[in-house]
Design a protein around this ligand. Sequence first.
Ligand code: SAM
Length: 272
Amino acid sequence: MNVKSVLKEKNFIFKKSLGQNFLTDETLLGSVVDRAGVNENSTVLEIGVGAGTLTSEIAKRCKKVYGFEVDTNLKPVLEKTLGEYQNAQIIFKDVMKVTMSEIEDMLGSEYILVANLPYYITTPIIMRFIEEAKNCKAIVITIQKEVAERIVAKEKTADYGSITVSINAVADSEIIEYIGREKFYPSPNVDSAVVKITLNKDKFKINDLQAFRTLVKNSFAMRRKTLVNNLMKGYGYSREKCEELLTSISVPVTARGEELSVEQFVELSNLI
Ligand code: SAM
């Protein structure tokens, strides 16, 4: 189906404020959905349905797809683009105003989250599903390329930070596709990448998840300061105590947060 002509026919007005840059390349979208691991047994949650281009590629391959879309002006467009898919159910609501238990009760079973969202809500959405979701198997999300690179970054690089550690402590992440700005309609002024985050909550033995999150937040609070300085400020501990903590996990007392691997953050958190 030619989505651009459906949007024109329905006099759809794009809202920049909602990040309405749609992907229309069916081959590209189909390959993302395949690499997301969607198959005939999958339940999928899509956030930000737009004109339904990604939704229809999901619907072709899955058991059931539930999609959230905040803009009710897309209703007539979606009636046309998704009309033939009985397994696609669209919920016209702001996903930020729906609780995790409402979402997961509706889905009823394990699911894969697929989303291509406005840039300002991507990190909150990822962190919300990482921290609160019980039945989410994987998050496959199209985001600004620079944010994707921060998620998959290796330690001792400039991209490595609190988002990298928070996600990779409970999941494995990889970039599965790069999407240039010209692939979007209309084109935004940034390039994108698709990140696959596969939840793996038993990857490390974290004694207290809340304490781990606090440690990560404290460790990267002032990036240019040493870890000892950040820990002193965050916890109110003495310099000696912070140095002792780092020494006991074989980390130099002069190290900065970005020098510790995810595993070392887990070790440090369990120790604290
Ligand atoms: N999935 C489509 C695609 O790949 O072409 C559309 C992607 S477009 C970048 C993002 C969509 O998310 C827009 O249709 C926008 O209206 C919707 N959206 C923005 N904020 C939302 C929210 N808080 N809840 C649900 N949908 C939202």
